[in-house]
Design a protein. Structure first.
Length: 401
C-alpha cells in the first residue's frame, strides 16, 4: 500500500517535470526558429507583435503570439499552431501572407511544433491588438493566396542526406527549416515567391544584399567552417561583424543556440569537405587604379580614425578592413549602404561590442564615394576594375539617397 501511495504522489511530479522539459525544448526551438524577431516591436513585449515588416507590396505586421485569447493565440490548439506553421492558415481559415515563412516551416517536425506550442502557451498573455496589414491592391486580396500556395507553398525541399555527416544533417534542418535562411538569402520572383533554382544564392532585402550562402561563394569571401560557426555564435569574426537584418538574427536567435548547432550550420553551408577559403593579399597603392588611389585620401579623412590607417581596425571599436567579407562582394550595395547610412552601436556576446558608425552620405558626393569604394574593394577586397560614378549614383537612388 505504501508503495502504491508513493507512486501516486510521484506521478504529478513526473508529469510536471515532463511539461517543464517540453517547455524548455520549445524555448530552444523558438530561438532556433527566430520567432521573436518578427513578433516583437522595438521596445515592446516579447512575442506581442506590432513590428512593421516592409515588403514591395506594403507593410505587414508581425502578430501577437502570446496566449492572450483575444489578440493572441490563446484559443489555439497544438493542431492549430502546426497548421499555421506548415500550411500558413489560421484556425478561422484566413490565409497568412508568406512574410510568415511557412514556405520553409512546412517541413517542421510535428514534435518540434508541439514543443514550441507548449513554450508559447507558458508565456504571460499580453492584451495588445494587432495592427492592420496595409498592402496595395491586388495584394490585399487574401483569397488569391490559395492560388499562390498551390504554386509555391511547398517548393522548399531538403536535399538527400545519404552519405552526409550527422552534423551536416542537423545543420540542414537548422538552416533550411527552423532558421529559414533561404527566406532572405534566396531571390524572389515578381510574386514574392522564392526562386528555388537559385536557392541560397543571395537576394536583396530592404535595400541591402543578403549574400550568397553557397559553399564556393562563402569560401571566396574568406569563410572557413570554424570562423562561420564563431560568427553565428558571437556575431563577429575575422571576416567582420553582423549588421542590418543579420544583427537581430544574432540578438534574438543564434546566440542562444548551443555550440554544436553553430558548428552544424557552418558544416551544412560549407559542406563536410569545405572548399579552401580564399586569402587576399593587400595591394599597394601604386597597384590600384587612378580612382582607387584618389580614394585613399577619402579613406584617411572619414574611415581611418576608427578602422586604422592600414585597415587594421580597433578591437571592440571598429572591425578591420583587411579580410572583411563585405569588401569582397561583387555587388557594392552593402558597402555603399554602410558608408552612406552608418551602423548603430552593436552589443555582441560577452563583452564584445562595436561603437556606432556614422553615415557619410552628406560628406561624400558620388565621385568621392566612387573613389572610396574603389579603394576599399581593390586594396582589401581583391576585386579588379572600377565602379563608375554613374553606377554609384544609380545605386544610391535605389536605396533612397
Amino acid at each position: 500500500m505504501r508503495i502504491l501511495l508513493m507512486a501516486a504522489l510521484a506521478l504529478p511530479l513526473l508529469a510536471q517535470a515532463a511539461d517543464e522539459q517540453l517547455i524548455e525544448r520549445g524555448r530552444y526551438l523558438a530561438h532556433a526558429a527566430d520567432c521573436v524577431a518578427c513578433h516583437t516591436a522595438e521596445g515592446g513585449a516579447a512575442y506581442a507583435g506590432g513590428l512593421p515588416l516592409a515588403s514591395p507590396y506594403g507593410i505587414i505586421y508581425g502578430t501577437n503570439i502570446t496566449p492572450d485569447k483575444t489578440h493572441g493565440i490563446g484559443h489555439y490548439s497544438a493542431d492549430d499552431l502546426y497548421r499555421v506553421l506548415t500550411e500558413g492558415e489560421r484556425p478561422d481559415g484566413v490565409k497568412l501572407y508568406p512574410a510568415m515563412p511557412y514556405t520553409s516551416y512546412h517541413l517542421i517536425r510535428r514534435e518540434d511544433s508541439d514543443a514550441i506550442y507548449a513554450y508559447l502557451m507558458s508565456l504571460a498573455p499580453v492584451a495588445k491588438p494587432n495592427p492592420q496589414t496595409e498592402l496595395a491592391f491586388p495584394y490585399n486580396l487574401r483569397f488569391s493566396l490559395s492560388f499562390w500556395n498551390l504554386l509555391y507553398k511547398n517548393r522548399v525541399q531538403l536535399q538527400s542526406t545519404e552519405g552526409r555527416s550527422e552534423a551536416w544533417q542537423r545543420g540542414q534542418y537548422l538552416v533550411e527549416v527552423l532558421g529559414h535562411c533561404g527566406e532572405c538569402h534566396t531571390p524572389r520572383n515578381s510574386l514574392g515567391a522564392l526562386e528555388q533554382e537559385q536557392r541560397l544564392q543571395g537576394g536583396v532585402l530592404g535595400g541591402y544584399q543578403a549574400p550568397s550562402l553557397l559553399a564556393e561563394d562563402l569560401a571566396a569571401r574568406g569563410w572557413n567552417t570554424d570562423d562561420l560557426a564563431r560568427f553565428l555564435q558571437h556575431g563577429i569574426s575575422a571576416q567582420g561583424s553582423m549588421f542590418n537584418e543579420m544583427f537581430p538574427v544574432l540578438h534574438h536567435s543564434t546566440q542562444y543556440l548551443p555550440e554544436d548547432d553553430h558548428q552544424a550550420m557552418a558544416t551544412y553551408l560549407l559542406g563536410d569537405q569545405p572548399p579552401a577559403p580564399r586569402q587576399i593579399e593587400e595591394r599597394a597603392l601604386d597597384q590600384l587604379s587612378a580612382s582607387a588611389q584618389q580614394g585613399r585620401q577619402h579613406y584617411l579623412n572619414v574611415c581611418a580614425g576608427c578602422h586604422g590607417a592600414q585597415g587594421e581596425g580597433v578591437p571592440h571599436v571598429a572591425v578591420a578592413m583587411n579580410g572583411n567579407t563585405t569588401l569582397r562582394l561583387q555587388e557594392p550595395r552593402n558597402l555603399l549602404r554602410v558608408i552612406d547610412d552608418g551602423i548603430r552601436e552593436q552589443q555582441f556576446t560577452g563583452f564584445e561590442r562595436m561603437q556606432p558608425m556614422p553615415g557619410f552620405h552628406a560628406a561624400l558626393d558620388d565621385a568621392e564615394l566612387t573613389d572610396l569604394l574603389n579603394y576599399l574593394r581593390q586594396t582589401w577586397g581583391g576585386l579588379d576594375g572600377d565602379l563608375s560614378p554613374a553606377a554609384v549614383s544609380t545605386l544610391r537612388g535605389e536605396t533612397g539617397h
